[in-house]
Design a protein around this ligand. Structure first.
Ligand code: PPE
Length: 310
């Protein structure tokens, strides 16, 4: 799906026209993949667009910078304000969800792996982005392939960093899944337990209990955390424990969570039908509750929303 352009991108403290937000081809991050990024969504509420869990995403961005040895020239407050401003500055079609992509990257000036003498830049873009795995997927569930790729080992990469370098592994898994006729990949860790999707965390339901792995081999997902909080509010039992491949096959329900993917049901894994082969009952309940939260219809989670109107 082609990227839907908006008008302005925040680049190192200034708003520039979308088409002018350019970097040099010798920018260090383009060659060595050390760039920290985030993905957030803003949803249309009764009181206009509201960014979901802005402060948590910005904290994670700065934590990624810390882990990846990127000296971000902008502090938390500046980055939070710039994201709000990026939404105010652009005009979006009414009733559409907007995706925000902040990125901190190593710029132009020095080549070679050692990056600490290179300049660091930051940018924030925002554009209208629909359902990541399709509207049909959100409604009826997607087909998933367990990847032949192992998720990046914690011995060699930092899964808690949302750093570009981690996504070569994701890309290869995603392409493999698509080429095999599936919609998304589920990656196992080096011991064979479920790690995460190419860009999502993973849940199963068994006998009414919601089960999701600990964050040992995955990003500390903000959507996963939100779902756990919603489940607690609904009185649903949640277990954080390792999940094996065979357990996925016999789950009653399964779904992916992510800012982009939201809550996407899984209806098939490796040609095994999950539950009844459609969005499960608990998945539907959690999905509806999640949309109530992000669209500002549930006041108990109002603390997660940052409204962008004055
Ligand atoms: N694991 C990975 C590897 C991941 O990339 C994401 C987000 C998650 C888990 C879920 O994290 P959270 O968004 O905090 O719940 N993936 C982002 C990037 C998607 C993309 O294609 O780009 C996202 O969902 O925004």
């Amino acid at each position: 799906m082609a990227l839907k352009q908006s008008q302005y991108i925040w680049l190192d403290g200034e708003f520039v026209a979308w088409s002018e937000a350019k970097v040099h081809v010798l920018s260090h991050s383009l060659h060595y993949a050390n760039s920290a990024f985030e993905g957030l969504r803003a949803y249309p509420t009764d009181k206009g667009l509201a960014i979901f869990r802005l402060q948590d995403h910005t904290k994670r961005l700065l934590n990624t910078c810390k882990m990846s040895l990127l000296k971000c020239p902008y502090d938390e407050k500046t980055l939070n304000e710039a994201q709000v401003e990026a939404l105010r500055k652009n005009s979006f079609a009414p009733k559409t969800s907007v995706y925000i992509r902040p990125i901190v990257f190593v710029g132009y000036g020095v080549m070679g792996v050692y990056h600490l003498n290179s300049p660091i830049s930051a940018a924030i873009a925002a554009w209208e982005w629909g359902a990541y795995l399709g509207d049909e997927g959100l409604e009826n569930g997607i087909r998933v392939k367990i990847s032949s790729w192992t998720r990046n080992s914690v011995k060699s990469m930092m899964g808690k960093a949302k750093v570009a370098a981690n996504y070569l592994n994701s890309q290869m898994a995603k392409c493999e899944a698509i080429e095999a006729g599936y919609d998304e990949a589920l990656l196992l860790d080096s011991e064979g337990f479920v790690a995460e999707g190419s860009g999502e965390c993973f849940f199963i339901v068994r006998d009414g209990v919601l089960i999701t792995p600990p964050s040992d081999n995955s990003l500390e997902s903000i959507t996963q955390n939100t779902v756990i909080e919603i489940a607690a509010a609904l009185g649903v039992r949640v277990e954080r424990r390792r999940i094996t491949r065979d357990e996925v096959y016999i789950a009653d329900e399964a779904f992916f969570t992510g800012t982009a993917a939201e809550i996407t049901p899984v209806r098939e894994v490796d040609s095994r039908t999950i539950g009844e082969g459609k969005r499960g009952a608990l998945t539907k309940r959690l999905q509806e509750a999640y949309f109530d939260v992000v669209y500002g219809r549930d006041s108990t989670f109002a603390r997660f929303l940052t409204f962008i109107k004055d």
